[in-house]
Design a protein around this ligand. Structure first.
Ligand code: MEV
Length: 423
């Protein structure tokens, strides 16, 4: 494709079929390979085009169910969308091991979403701050006018905060609109409010209004989960001690904390994706929150109870919605919410946090005992078999051979496949 231009005039206006035709031409007339794009699974063609621009098809990601979860006393099946093997198995396994202590217990700080308005060029930022804070009622009226439906349901502006942020060009006045967006993720509502309010704030203060956008550091929308794993359910006191040391490593070292949190997000992002929510918003918020103490740290903490059991806690911002966006229109997202019984953004957030904690337990236990590769590679063996060219029944036969030899490599899979085919 390198000798072609990437300018494709009219591509955006073309139908999806026409776009595939254009792409086929670019691939040297290889339309056959593009037949993959005919299969949209449970999505109807018009929806793909409404969701994104220049659509050519879909990228299916496996959707699985995590079993064994009990969240706040309720038995749960949790749909998770992920391409990574062993993520769902880890949640099932971890959740099973804390059932005797009641599973996961959660709390939620509320659905407060922050929008920021940047005001520049003021020589008297403190004066501006005082002016703005003195007119909170007027700001509330303006914001609530923007989304009367939200207001009628009990949501709307809750607080105005004004921060003075020292930047290279001088002091910026940053106004935070703190809005209860109820069951919505809330980006559209708060962005519209910020855009409505910005020129008014500028008029009052003489500032130059610039950016008006929500903040993904959703620290007014925190979700917490906790669970206790009995020592005898996880391999005894030595495993408890080893897991505590592993967790301490993440507290002390950002290199480890990043991987520790990546594992947590394996679980969280899979639920977020399955429910049609914004994975990037959740990821950026989580990682920023992980650094809120000044040094990047773990999102979970692990302690030993007086009885010698392992207690885990997680706290992170989770801006999730069950109305609006892809969640509302994507049939798989709708079905996922139904399976979860998530009738509020709050419930969805509570379950999601519990999954993050379960995921971290699973990773930490594996790392502190056998190492991650044993379980991971056992599950990954089928992918490796497929990559080596195995088909149909050959896949499991080659995967079984890989597991038996504990050498899960493509070269080994090719060798096993050759032997199989010779037989
Ligand atoms: C792999 O996707 C996730 C882990 O690296 C997480 C961790 O190290 O805690 C296993």
């Amino acid at each position: 494709m390198t000798d072609h231009t990437s300018r494709l005039p009219g591509f955006a206006q073309a139908s999806r079929e026409e776009r595939i035709g254009i792409l086929a031409e670019r691939l040297g007339g290889n339309a056959e390979a593009l037949q993959l794009f005919d299969n949209l699974g449970p999505i109807e063609g018009g929806l793909v085009d409404r969701l994104i621009e220049n659509a050519i098809g879909v990228m299916p990601v496996p959707l699985g169910l995590a079993t064994n979860m009990i969240v706040d006393g309720e038995e749960m099946l949790v749909p998770m969308a992920t391409e990574e093997s062993s993520v769902i198995a880890a949640v099932c396994n971890s959740a099973k091991r804390c059932r005797d202590t009641g599973g996961f217990f959660t709390s939620y700080s509320g659905s407060l979403t922050i929008a920021q308005v940047q005001l520049c060029g003021l020589s008297d930022p403190r004066n501006a701050r005082a002016q703005i804070l003195g007119r909170t009622d007027e700001i509330r009226a303006l914001c609530d006018e923007v989304d009367p439906q939200l207001t009628s349901l009990g949501g709307g502006l809750r607080e105005v905060d004004v921060r003075l942020v020292e930047a290279r060009s001088g002091t910026m006045v940053i106004v935070h609109l703190v809005v209860d967006t109820l069951d919505a993720m809330g980006a559209n509502a708060v962005n519209s409010m910020a855009e409505r309010v910005a020129p008014v704030l500028a008029g009052w203060t003489g500032a130059r209004p610039l950016l008006r956008i929500l903040s993904n550091l959703a620290d007014r929308r925190l979700t917490r989960a906790r669970a206790v794993w009995p020592a005898d359910q996880i391999g005894g006191p030595e495993v408890v001690e080893a897991m505590l040391l592993g967790a301490e490593f993440a507290e002390a070292d950002p290199y480890r904390a990043t991987t520790h949190n990546k594992g947590i997000m394996n679980g969280i992002s899979a639920v977020v994706l399955a429910t049609g929510n914004d994975t990037r918003a959740i990821e950026s918020g989580a990682h920023a929150y992980a650094a809120h103490g000044g040094q990047y740290g773990p999102l979970t903490h692990w302690e030993k109870t007086a009885e010698g059991d392992l207690a885990g806690t997680i706290e992170l911002p989770l801006s999730l919605g069950i109305v609006g966006g892809a969640t509302r229109v994507h049939p798989v997202a709708q079905l996922s919410l139904k399976i979860l019984g998530a009738d509020s953004a709050e419930k969805l957030a509570r379950i999601t946090a519990a999954v993050g904690l379960a995921q971290n337990f699973g990773a930490l236990r594996a790392l502190a005992t056998d190492g991650i590769q044993k379980g991971h590679m056992a599950l990954h063996a089928q992918n490796v078999a497929i990559a080596a060219g195995a088909e149909g029944d050959e896949i499991e036969a080659v995967a079984a051979g890989l597991r038996a030899h504990s050498r899960v490599t493509e070269a080994e899979a090719r060798k096993l496949l050759d032997d199989l085919r010779k037989d």
